[in-house]
Design a protein around this ligand. Structure first.
Ligand code: ZN
Length: 356
């Protein structure tokens, strides 16, 4: 290879040529060969330029030396850059590059039903209620008998119940006289709490309940409820309505109104269905309230004296109220969800739409 004599112009030419050859190198061995042709100790471009200093006329030695050094530095800089890029792209799969920014861990998030349940609990805790939970596998005494639904009571047919084959030990300590089931309502925990505590009572009971329902747009064999129980001296229907109003205004809208419609439950007397004025149309009628202006949210009533008798409370001295609402029902209204099944399918496309 014959070189043009060292000069500014030939430095630029060599650099261009070096870059072209390096760009064309297919393997590390090719690239190394290109490098050696320019920077090798013997017979490379830089080496020949260095050697030519000795033979040059005295007044040119200095310039040739300067050109040779400049070429050497330029080629070395480009070679270093090439090596770094090659090292980065040749990193084996799975290797850790500690210079990369950290990867944020994928955080879980609360399920919409958990968000709603947490909010319900917060509202009632602020109002002075204690949150308690109870067993989902229950005996029929706590679930029915103690709640004024004796075995022959027709109300027991209102709820189609999932009975368990394996008995749990009942109140009597014997398994043989107890039928076990998945609780049909959280009210069984009212009984357990009253058995263990004397009035005054002020509790909310959130939790999962089970009924023999087919899964469709609005029903599920497993769903969740929250219910309240207040017992004391002089507790009245006005306390019940005021509590529900305070809850509805904290949960849905500060202008919501509460309406009671007469109803029947074996464990309360009188009993009522709870309607809230529609907070989207303020009672004028819209799609959410099905043009009625009202939204049904749950059931309530004054605790039946027979329930107090079952737990040993003095029904002459104490009165109380109870209500229950579906947590799914609140979530459906809060988030405008059309299909209850979305809450149970664990589809991330649905779940990721809710706040943490
Ligand atoms: Zn409406």
């Amino acid at each position: 290879m014959s070189d043009s004599p060292p000069s500014e112009a030939s430095i630029a030419q060599h650099i261009t040529q070096f870059e072209r050859e390096l760009g064309g190198a297919k393997t590390a061995r090719d690239a190394q060969a290109v490098r050696d042709r320019y920077l090798g100790r013997k017979n490379s471009v830089v080496a020949r330029w260095m050697q030519s200093i000795a033979a040059a006329p005295p007044d040119e030695k200095r310039n040739i030396g300067r050109y040779a050094n400049e070429l050497k530095q330029e080629i070395e800089a480009r070679w270093k850059q090439y090596e770094e890029q090659a090292a980065a792209s040749a990193r084996p799969a799975g290797a850790v590059d500690v210079t990369l920014p950290g990867r944020a861990p994928l955080l879980g998030r609360r399920h919409p039903l958990t968000i709603v349940r947490d909010e319900l609990e917060r509202i009632f805790t602020r109002m002075g209620f204690t949150v308690v939970e109870g067993p989902e596998a229950e005996d029929d005494w706590h679930c029915f008998d103690a709640l004024n639904m004796p075995p022959e009571h027709p109300a027991r047919d209102m709820q189609d119940t999932l009975y368990l084959a394996t008995p749990i030990t009942g109140e009597s300590g014997r398994a043989d006289d107890v039928r076990t089931l998945l609780r049909t309502h959280t009210s069984s925990m009212q009984i357990r709490y009253m058995q263990a505590h004397q009035p005054p009572v002020r509790i909310v009971v959130p939790g999962r309940v089970y009924r023999r329902d087919d899964l469709d747009l609005t029903h599920s064999p497993a769903f969740s409820q929250i219910e309240a129980l207040v017992v004391g001296e002089g507790i009245s229907l006005a306390d019940l309505k005021g509590t529900l109003l305070a809850f509805a205004r904290a949960m849905f809208s500060p202008t919501v109104r509460v309406r009671f419609r007469p109803s029947f439950f074996p464990y309360t007397e009188p009993s009522a269905e709870i309607d809230l004025s529609c907070w989207q149309c303020d009672g004028a009628g819209c799609a959410m309230c099905k043009k009625s202006g009202w939204i049904e949210i749950g059931g309530c009533g004054m605790v039946h004296p027979a329930v107090f008798e079952a737990v040993g409370y003095d029904a002459e001295r104490y009165t109380g109220f109870a209500w229950g609402i579906g947590i799914e029902r609140v979530a459906i209204l809060r988030y405008q969800v059309e299909d209850i099944r979305l809450f149970y399918e664990n589809d991330l496309r649905f779940l990721e739409q809710f706040p943490y």
